[in-house]
Design a protein around this ligand. Sequence first.
Ligand code: PEP
Ligand code: MG
Length: 562
Amino acid sequence: MGELVQGIPASPGIVFGPARVIRPPVLNVAHATVPPEQVEVEVVRFHQARESAIAHTAELRTRVSGRLGAVQAKIFDPQLMMLEDPDLIEGTITYISDSFLTAERAFSLRVLEFRSQWLDATHARVMDRVADLNDVQTRVLTRLIEAIESDPSEAEEPAILVARELTPSQIVEIDPDRVLGIATDAGTRTAHASILARSLKIPAVVGLGDFSQRVESGVELILDGRRGKVVIDPSETEKHKFHDRHVKAKENAKELAYLKGIEATTKDGTRIGLHANLELPADAEEAASLEVDGVGLFRTEFLVVGKTSAPDEEEQYEAFKQVVEIMAPRPVTIRTFDLGGDKFPLFLPPIIEENPFLGWRGMRVYELIPELFHSQVRAILRAAAHGLVRILVPMVNSVEEVRGIRAVLDKARAELREEGVTQGEVLLGAMLETPASIAIADVLGRHVDFFSIGTNDLIQYVLAVDRGNAQLSDYYDLYHPALLRYIREAVRSAEQVGVPLCVCGEAASDPLGAALLIGLGVRSLSCTPNAVLEQKKLIRSLDVRQLESFMKKLLKTETGKE
Ligand code: PEP
Ligand code: MG
């Protein structure tokens, strides 16, 4: 049996192939000094290298903009900012002029100081900045010492890239035809690299610990990006299993295409709403081609995470309008910013918290960024003029919170009316992703137009298990009866007050999860695009009455022992 390593799922898909371990370029910067009369020369060399690095980064940004869109290209802004950072520049020049160091040595020392300040932090937002700093360091030093920048797309044979971490610029230079998958030691689900891997449809697992130290190039790997697992040197049986699954998946994909124009109706005639979750506007084309019933969750964090400045209303409006137009006449559910936890924009002062997932998260953060939230609501109302739009608010826990959101909505509506700006009608919904929201769903439902259950967070809050901790993944149990009971409760309350309910967490993209949800009375699911057709096939094979009676037995409602 091969060795199984558990990491954090970052981009779905199963691949098999040899590892290609990318080690950071060996930038041997010897401790060297220069005579005082050469100080000026070193300063000039430093500026030239820095300016050339800026030009290269700007070029990468243009390339990414063409490939993935202008919003994604903004991930290079933090690097450009670092290259212009007076602290980094002045510090380097001081080392050159006061200690007579060479430009490369002076710059390395300054970067080291920056990095050591940040490395103590475990906050995802800071860790993402370290990846940017590494990129910047390599780019400047390779120019100073004429080293070759490593290019992960150089692999001749298709391979699974293994690295401590891949910098955003390495990811965007990857040729998807030659890179089967990505496995990194560091990284978070929301790091730029993970988001880019998802956009490029490259399966990826991050947060694998010391994986890149334990694997050599050429070793065979199986990587499962949906489950966050990698198998090192799999046995023949595992390889066969993988091969069979791979062949089946390919055949399945071909076979599944016929399902596009067919309704998601169970064997006994129950129509299940099948929607798609989007992370980026670019995902909308795929969702539309799958002929889903709509977008059940359009995450909007791509507009802010990793960005050095807040997006203005116009930029948000353009992104929302794009998706709404592509999906029209189908509804698009735009979720307002879900920040906090492991996602915090660079342009906000960092919040140091003992328990970020129990702290400033979801809609609570709007209190800290009222202008940004207000601009988002205005942008959504404007986008609603182009199609059917629903606003979904994350981490709602009380009626007062919903009232607060409604007030912002009403204000934005009135403003736009007064300004003569075209806007559309929107429905307002609440995510049910905490036990509290489900416990009061019968009351909350009188104040919202729809519910969406976020099982990813609900599991972590019901079971008290950190969703991002790979070591606890066995405890993060999608099928735990406590979770199922909560969902059943949410369905009952929603029915009681006549509010439509959808499930948009990963449970909806999981085959057994979807069957259990339908057995609990859920009639609308929103899945990641690459699970949509498979889920439709599954739904068409289900018998709702059988599932319902199975769930009753499973949760012991028939015996009254709840
Ligand atoms: C969820 O919590 O299930 C959800 C859909 O939201 P996110 O994964 O973005 O927190
Ligand atoms: Mg959530």
